[in-house]
Write a protein that binds this ligand. Structure first.
Ligand code: GUN
Ligand code: FE
Length: 461
């Protein structure tokens, strides 16, 4: 059959997804029917027999994709905070902390990506690696260079990754070789990148521009005001960093003495909005938490980066209890890993340190970490009706996870002289998921789809 004749794909097997912060739904012997033109879920059959699948198999225009033994479909991961140009520095941070790390490692690398061929190589690798880890949506910071920011948007679009792409604005306190000349130029360049994406993907079905003031210390008041005005006029989302490091928080207090907190600085310029993604949010005061909540701004929790750069441990339970929407970010290359599975794992680990001071309730479970990695991230980026779970009308952004074939023996049945022995393979689905979260990696990501289109196929060994 010609591919073009396929009208719908029926995915058959086990489906696992979050139905709430603490609950993972497991549908065994189920089917999800996806329309090929829009990539959306048309029907969910919670139990199907082989007979029904056989009937679908015989239908013209229907393709069947099965999850094999020990495999399951899971919603694609959502990375709410990642710096694509920093990808080549992954793992290189020594014992630096935020402000010296920026000067020593980050600004020189980002500046070097004004070379378009280097930018293309770095971005192509970053996008293909994040896809291979199951990231179907990413909120990217690019650099301050317009051409290379547009290259990142094109690379995401061509690879089929859902993405938010932001040109990084910074007109203050950055080195001469890597600083915007003026607020006006930074704002004009931001608009130029948004216009480019409007032409590339006019409905923003896949790629959306995102207004990106790097963080308060690298932005003048004029720049923050201009970006706030642009946010109001364009309706575009915004991403920035907040309260990541104690020295940074003190620096903001010194630079903006007229405001009583870091969050108030963004608020004063109209940048604290429901469509704002605040990365880190480690040292927010009670008053700031209340302000963030009132404004409906969202938080990207970046546990790997927070530990690597000795930034601290965000109190995620507190944010969740306040009703603030939280997703996960890799924060490459503050974070060393492009994997949201790693971020989910480290979110649970970090929460255990928080529990030592704040009490047991601070601990995040596997279900909660996976919720943040999918539905939480979707809500952070305003995509909660579109992606993050398997529900009618949502787009098929999904991963096929395979639990065999990795050293940690995730659910494998081992053969012996006496035939298969149930040393492995006896676990419940939720136990298998826990093994995946703690012991898995990209080798478990067999296939990845965005909006019903295959965007990654694990190479045969
Ligand atoms: N604050 C300002 N810029 C950055 C950055 O590139 N990474 C992180 N983690 N924090 C920042
Ligand atoms: Fe960051």
């Amino acid at each position: 059959m010609e591919i073009s004749e396929i009208r719908r794909t029926v995915y058959v097997g086990t489906f696992i997804y979050s139905t709430s912060l603490t609950k993972l739904e497991v549908l065994e012997n189920a089917a999800v029917i996806v329309g090929v033109d829009k990539g959306t879920i048309l029907a969910i059959e919670k139990t199907v027999t082989e007979e029904t699948v056989g009937l679908w198999e015989g239908e013209v225009g229907t393709k069947i994709v099965r999850a094999g033994e020990g495999q399951f479909f899971f919603p694609g991961f959502i990375d709410t905070h990642i710096h694509a140009p920093q990808y080549p520095n992954s793992g290189i941070f020594g014992s630096s902390t935020l402000l010296d790390w920026l000067d020593r490692y980050t600004f020189p690398l980002e500046a070097s990506l004004s070379n378009p061929s280097k930018a293309h190589r770095v971005y192509a690798r970053c996008v293909s690696r994040t896809l291979s880890h199951g990231t179907t949506t990413a909120a990217y910071y690019a650099t301050r260079d317009v051409t290379s920011t547009n290259i990142l948007a094109s690379v995401c679009f061509a690879a089929g990754q859902r993405a938010f792409v932001g040109r990084c604005c910074m007109d203050c306190l950055s080195p001469d070789y890597y600083r915007d000349e003026s607020p006006a130029q930074a704002i004009a360049d931001t608009k130029a990148c948004a216009n480019y994406i409007d032409k590339l993907d006019p409905t923003h079905a896949l790629v959306t521009p995102i207004i990106t003031p790097r963080f308060a210390p690298s932005c003048s008041r004029e720049l923050l005001a201009g970006l706030g005005a642009y946010m109001a006029e364009s309706g575009l989302p915004c991403q920035t960093h907040i309260s990541e490091n104690k020295a940074e928080v003190a620096f903001v207090a010194e630079l903006f003495p007229e405001y009583d907190s870091y969050a108030s600085v963004y608020d004063a310029y109209g940048l604290l909005q429901p469509k704002t993604v605040l990365a880190h949010a480690i040292y927010l005061s009670d008053a700031e938490i209340a302000l963030v909540k009132r404004r409906g701004a969202k938080v990207s929790h970046c546990p790997v980066s927070n530990t690597a750069l000795t930034s601290g441990a965000a109190k995620v339970r507190r944010l969740l209890d306040e009703g603030i929407v939280v997703g996960l970010g890799t924060d490459v290359s503050g974070g060393y890993s492009p994997s949201i599975l790693e971020a989910a794992r480290q979110a649970t680990m970090t929460s255990r340190f928080v529990a030592l001071t704040d009490g047991e309730a601070a601990k995040l479970g596997v279900e909660e970490a996976l919720y943040l990695a999918t539905r939480g991230g979707a809500e952070v980026l305003g995509l909660e009706k579109k992606v993050g779970a398997f529900e009618l009308g949502m787009e098929w952004d999904a991963i096929l996870v395979g639990l065999t074939d990795v050293p940690e023996e995730l659910g494998e049945v081992v053969g012996g002289g006496m035939g298969p022995v149930d040393v492995f393979g006896w676990e419940s689905w939720l136990e298998k998921v826990a093994k995946w979260v703690y012991c898995g990696d990209d080798r478990n990501v067999l296939k990845v789809w965005v909006s019903g289109k295959i965007v990654h196929n694990k190479p045969e060994q």
